[in-house]
Design a protein around this ligand. Structure first.
Ligand code: ADP
Length: 564
């Protein structure tokens, strides 16, 4: 803007300067011209008067007078006879060589009207000769001429001065234009659009412009605020999503990537926007779904990244029937996949566990049916069938218990339960087994060890642990239950002096159907589900279970419940 103002002022000033120079030169020229004409006229009259006076005492028609006056060479004085013959010319010695002037305009006019005036341009047009003629009483005509320079010649002669004036004028114009442009633009530059106030505008003409800017500013601010609000909402929603969400443009460049996606892909840095997803190492396993989505096809894939099972769903984003990008949703299905695998394994195990006693029962019954068993052996076979069916019943009961615990939607009522009395009930229920196995049992601890829980489940926990402590014990061994209460915990310890568990098996005893010594466990009626039920029930009560065991010495199981 400043440049434009500067150029306008400079050009205008230069134009004004030029026009002024032309005007001044032309005016001067016209004034010179008038003065010159006046001068020639006066000089002609004066010299004509001189000639007239000389005619009274001389018969040379005034030539003698003309010779006698000192004449300036800037004027040409000519005496012309009535027939047009030049008889005197102050600039030409041999007047006889001069052509006849009878056709000259000023001469003809002077003859008829006493005075004659005319002017003629030179061949180069650079000068104009002005002629003034006066008729004398003897019929002769005295004529004076002078040269007048044309405008261009005058300008040419004054070129030096004009150039000097123009240069100085141009310099002054440039300085002034610069200064003026700066002064015009300065108040505009000083207006702040941030703290904009219409009162501060010194140029009236700019008011509509600033009003428009002001209203547009308000609109932009509103749009910006609403866009920011939407962005915040989007970030809040996507940031708290458990699913990973990645938005891509049509070149597979990441536009947005939420926190879940970053952690699932193990990216390790937060800002991946602007990077190509094809450069992310762990995304390589689902590149095909991305390229498919960018071709306009919805694609789903289950893949494994960083030991997690992920379900990747890629969908194209279409605008005007064209793919503008893709949305990728990543769902962590590790738990579901593990649960499915566990369920499959469980079903296989259950079938296997049920099949074994059923095969035995069916085998024994077939032998009896076909008469291959002697009558005296029948009670023994019947006892084996009884044992196998008991095992089967135990197994089915344990499976039912486990599936009841697995059913998350089943509502249990939590009530204050006294662990001492529950443990006492358990010991009473196991009295016979303990006696049979020659195991001494004891209950030591606080009689006021109360927690909030489901009574039957707590009974089951303590029963299973004590049952194991008796089952996997040695003849004459012991099982001790210790109860302890702290400010916020209720602790129950079941310690036995039994066979113990090998170190490498300790972590696996809570797995379903896991048994350290399969044949021994079966022999003593174990199903391999007891500790799984215990673990499940403890975690249902928000408790912790710890197990310590030394092979050949004994096992100690500790359960910590949050107390009331
Ligand atoms: P089971 O019905 O076979 O006893 P559990 O789930 O209760 O199944 O126990 C899993 C395995 O852990 C048992 O087969 C046994 O080998 C081992 N075990 C559990 N408790 C004890 C213990 N107190 N002493 C030694 N081994 C134990």
């Amino acid at each position: 803007m400043r440049k434009k103002i500067f150029a306008s002022i400079a050009i205008s000033s230069a134009l004004v300067l030029l026009l002024s120079v032309i005007f001044i030169v032309t005016s001067l020229k016209s004034s010179f011209s008038d003065t010159l004409e006046e001068e020639i006229r006066n000089e002609t009259i004066y010299i004509a008067n001189g000639c007239e006076a000389s005619l009274s005492y001389s018969y040379d028609s005034g030539i003698g007078y003309l010779d006698s006056i000192p004449l300036d060479h800037s004027r040409r004085i000519t005496l012309i006879a009535p027939d047009g013959t030049v008889v005197f010319d102050n600039l030409i010695d041999d007047v006889s060589s001069m052509e006849n002037h009878s056709k000259r305009e000023e001469f003809i006019e002077a003859l008829s009207q006493d005075f004659g005036i005319s002017s003629r341009q030179s061949s180069t047009l650079s000068t104009k000769t002005i002629y003034y003629a006066k008729k004398l009483s003897n019929g002769y005509v005295i004529r004076i001429s002078a040269e007048e320079y044309s405008v261009s010649s005058t300008v040419g002669m004054l070129a030096g001065v004009i150039i000097l004036i123009v240069v100085i004028g141009a310099f002054v114009a440039v300085v002034f234009a610069k200064f003026a442009a700066y002064n015009i633009v300065k108040p505009i530059n000083e207006i702040s659009l941030e703290s904009f106030d219409e009162k501060n505008i010194i140029y009236e003409e700019l008011k509509p412009f600033y009003s428009k800017i002001s209203s547009q500013k308000k609109t932009i601010k509103k749009h910006l605020e609403s866009a920011n609000e939407k962005q915040r909402e989007f970030s809040l929603i996507t940031g708290n999503m458990a699913e990973g969400l990645i938005l891509l443009d049509k070149n597979a460049t990441i536009l947005s990537c939420n926190r879940s996606a970053i952690s699932m892909l193990g990216i390790g840095f937060d800002n991946v926007s602007g990077k190509s997803i094809l450069n992310l190492k762990h995304a390589s396993s689902f590149y095909d779904t991305i390229t498919n989505a960018l071709k306009g096809h919805h694609t789903e894939k289950t893949t494994s990244i960083l030991s997690k099972t992920l379900n990747v769903i890629s969908s194209p984003v279409l605008t005007n029937q064209r793919v503008a990008g893709a949305v990728i949703i990543i769902i962590d299905i590790t738990e579901r996949a593990e649960r499915d695998a566990l369920r499959r394994e469980f079903t296989a195990n259950v079938s296997h566990e049920l099949k074994t006693p059923l095969t035995s029962i069916s085998g024994f019954a077939e032998l009896i049916k076909n008469g291959f068993v002697l009558p005296e052996d029948i009670p023994d076979f019947a006892s084996r069938i009884y044992d196998e069916s008991s095992r089967l019943i135990n197994l089915v009961n344990d499976i039912l218990r486990l599936s009841a615990l697995d059913e998350n939607n089943k509502i249990y009522e939590f009530k204050p339960c006294e662990l001492y009395s529950v443990s006492n009930d358990v010991l009473r229920a196991l009295e016979h087994t303990a006696l049979k196995n020659d195991i001494s049992v004891s209950l030591i601890g606080n009689a006021k060890c109360e927690i909030l829980g489901v009574h039957d489940m707590l009974f089951e926990i303590i029963y299973n642990l004590c049952d194991n402590a008796i089952k996997y014990n040695k003849k004459g061994g012991s099982v001790d239950i210790f109860l302890e209460k702290t400010d916020n915990e209720a602790i129950i310890k079941i310690k036995d002096s039994g066979i113990g568990i090998p170190k490498e098996d300790i972590d696996r005893v809570f797995e379903r159907f896991y048994r350290v010594d399969k044949s021994h466990s079966k022999e003593i009626g174990g199903t391999g589900l007891g500790l799984s039920i215990v673990k499940h029930a403890v975690s249902f009560h928000k408790g912790k279970i710890l197990i310590e065991s030394t092979l050949g010495t004994g096992t100690e199981v500790t359960i910590i419940f949050p107390s009331i």
